[in-house]
Design a protein around this ligand. Sequence first.
Ligand code: HEM
Length: 264
Amino acid sequence: MSEHESPAVTYGSYLQVDQLLELQQPRSDEHDEILFIVIHQVYELWFKELLHELDRVMLLLREGNGSRAQHTLKRILTILKVLVAQVDILETMTPLEFLTFRNRLAAASGFQSDQFRQLEFVMGNKSRGAIERFGDGTRARQGLEARWSAPTLWDAFLNYLQREGYPVSTAHLARDVTATVEPSTEIQQILIGLYRKDPKNSELCERLVDLDEGMQEWRYRHVKMVERTIGMKAGTGGSSGAAYLASTIGRPLFPDLWEIRSKL
Ligand code: HEM
């Protein structure tokens, strides 16, 4: 190989395995801390991939490509199943094992995961408070600011419905994308008609319900993991802990898709 040629790509160089394996830096010598770090890092990587796929779904919906959007949603849902299943691994760590290194976490908490907040933002659950926790100019702040003013998955879906010929009013199409998605009888009427006469698009709606239910499932498994590991102790991130987390379950992302079920 001449000095001008780049070295052959290998498994290690392509995936940057050396760098990747340097990223687990425990703050104690306790056995279980590596598991705790690895699992959080794996979650962050999946969050990155989910955001990447959600951006694609929104683009496909805006282009009116419902079948590709549904295909991508299926991938997202499969990843979400893995995220929920991974809770089982961390639940093999007992409360006492966690206590061997918990104090090393200081105020660090999943509460500070900006990618999780980005996922919430994409799915229509936005808050200024979540942005302001991150310093100006940081990657986290920039990512959240961009998603704050960007349309959500629900907005892309409403746009798609209109392209498919459904009479979505301008009030909904031009809604404030930073606001929480509120239930709407107008949209529910449209969806009821769609469910009765449009099997292709009702399948797409069902995938959005899967996503909504899947996120709630993750929240439920996370709060139960928290309860069995630290009971009702306060969180390292400064919240009341399990009580706070329990309050985040059961709020639907797409309320209209749930409301119509009692009316069909
Ligand atoms: C022993 C395991 C775990 C415990 C005891 C735990 C504990 C907690 C607690 C108490 C909170 C509430 C905020 C606070 O005051 O800290 C929280 C929030 C959070 N945790 Fe965990 N956690 C664990 C594992 C994980 C894992 C593996 C992830 C994956 C990324 C994760 C992601 C999050 C997220 C995203 C939040 C914010 C949720 C929200 O605000 O709705 N946690 N965690």
